[in-house]
Write a protein that binds this ligand. Structure first.
Ligand code: FCB
Length: 478
């Protein structure tokens, strides 16, 4: 066993009993069966079918066909020894138009999934919203409309009533940053709107939806679950004497716009100032921030890479290496002409994201320092690489290395006092990677989209060993 490698390539580090080693997916990315059993259309169906918006014209129509293969996928999870599985519920399977009574077939699907997990001793960790908004709600304004937050609360109540005897972790939203700023600001994600004011309005209505949903869930569940939300907090670095101001701005937009109201009961005043030319924030009604600041038991952290920023001088070509697809709009309302995002040193994954395990350690430690009583979980971390199948195997040494380094980083954060409860590798299966379609493979299990055959990659075998021994394994897979 080597300890304390500068490159985060430790082995043998032990995770305590009770620390959950799991994997994550999301409904639209894996399920397929988009027209079956009463499911209504979501904004991702509409977006992916609009020519030119998703790589290669790919859609989630079939995806990994998980909807039909749920039993064998559950067996696969058991084979890998997963202790927990993080999945999301497709709102349009439950309420095809986003309001009204529950669609029984939709509820039954998730009920069977949860029972299948429990039968195999796998803890169900459920996200209510991983971006597949019912299209009918978008037609009425989507997250620009306060109504959507109210509808989300109804949907949360339906799910709490249906599964509130069995789910052990409820997560309201996955990465509301992406829903708001990529969905309504840059336009890279559904519904593809490019309007800074709309993005900020969506930030607030998503925050409100989170608070209202926690209230409803708490009211109806019959067991004693953890309530949580998952954020993609940004680890922001600087390289210039203007960087502190750029970091402050991006931290406000990306991190404190959510942490502020959810955990501290207020929006940061510098965020309101920075965006004053775009909106007066009058969509925040009296009492809203109290509603949003519901106590939670766990904060989910999704982490992939870092960003590096400085103020733009207004003359040189503006760098915008923020890691997101550039489709013309900006995900940084109020700072799009102020801040630039610099290219960062590699190595990179297939997404072009820099690999920086130290960023994960830094993020977990800084959250713990700021919110010492709030337990954390890594709800997503993983990497896309150009995998190759050789003699029926996928020797994805790059992905194994990525995971080894990030599990090491998480362990170091725990040694520094962070109360980290679990770690979910993104993703169980190769799947529909949003605007990049099927071109980016994140799975620890390969999916052949022609035959739907699953092949456990070397990274899957590595995770299996990790879950089995609760120690960071050697990277070599025989
Ligand atoms: C996150 C998403 C997840 C997946 C990974 C790569 O932003 O939550 O669905 O696409 O990125």
């Amino acid at each position: 066993m080597s300890a304390g490698n500068e490159d985060y390539r430790d082995t043998g580090l032990e995770f305590p009993a009770g620390f959950l080693i799991g994997s994550a997916t999301a409904s639209y990315q894996i399920e397929g069966a988009v027209r079956e059993d009463g499911r209504g259309p979501s904004i991702w169906d509409t977006f992916s079918r609009t020519p030119g918006l998703v790589w290669n014209g790919d859609t989630g129509d079939v995806a990994c066909d998980h909807y039909h293969r749920v039993e064998s996928d559950l067996d696969l999870m058991a084979e890998l020894g997963l202790e927990a599985y993080r999945f999301s519920i497709a709102w349009p399977r439950i309420q095809p138009t986003g309001s009204g009574p529950a669609n029984r077939a939709g509820v039954d699907f998730y009920s069977r999934l949860v029972d299948g997990l429990l039968d195999r001793g796998i803890r169900p960790v459920t996200t209510l919203y991983h971006w597949d908004l019912p299209q009918a709600l978008e037609d009425a304004g989507g997250w620009r409309s306060r109504e959507t937050a109210l509808r989300f609360a109804d949907y949360a109540r339906i799910m709490g009533e249906a599964l509130g005897d069995r789910i052990e972790t409820w997560t309201t939203l996955n990465e509301p940053w992406c829903s708001a700023y990529l969905g309504y600001g840059s336009g890279a994600h559904a519904p593809g709107v490019k309007d800074g004011a709309a993005a900020l309005t969506a930030v607030h209505h998503l925050n409100l939806a989170h608070g209202l949903a926690i209230q409803q869930l708490r009211d109806v569940v019959r067991n004693d679950p953890d309530f949580s939300v998952t954020l993609n907090l940004h680890v922001i670095r600087g390289d210039h004497d203007t960087s502190p101001e750029a970091i402050r701005r991006i931290d406000a937009l990306a991190n404190r716009a959510f942490l502020g109201p959810m955990l501290e009961g207020a929006y940061p005043t510098d965020l309101l100032d920075d965006t004053a030319a775009i909106t007066d924030w009058s969509f925040v009604q009296p009492g809203d921030t109290d509603l949003i600041a519901q106590p939670i038991d766990l904060l989910g952290v999704n982490y992939y890479s870092t960003v590096t920023v400085r103020m733009w001088d207004g003359r040189s070509p503006r760098a915008n290496a923020d890691g997101h697809k550039d489709v013309g709009g900006s995900p940084w309302p109020g700072s799009s002409d102020e801040v630039e995002f610099l290219a960062q040193p590699g190595p990179y994954t297939e997404m072009g994201w820099n690999i920086a395990p130290d960023g994960l350690e830094e993020l977990l430690v800084s959250l713990h320092e700021r919110y010492p009583d709030l337990p954390l979980a890594v709800t997503e971390n993983g990497a896309a690489f150009a995998d190759r199948v050789e003699d029926g195997r996928v020797h994805d040494a790059d992905r194994v290395d990525y995971l080894q380094r990030h599990f090491t980083a998480a362990h170091r954060a725990m040694e520094r006092g962070v109360d980290l409860r679990g770690y979910f590798v993104w993703s169980l299966l190769d799947n529909f990677e949003w605007g990049f379609g099927y071109s980016k493979r994140f799975g620890i299990v390969r999916v052949d989209y022609r035959t739907q055959e699953r092949i456990v990659k070397d990274s899957g075998l590595w995770v299996q060993r990790l879950a089995d021994t609760h120690r960071v394994p050697e990277p070599r897979i025989d």
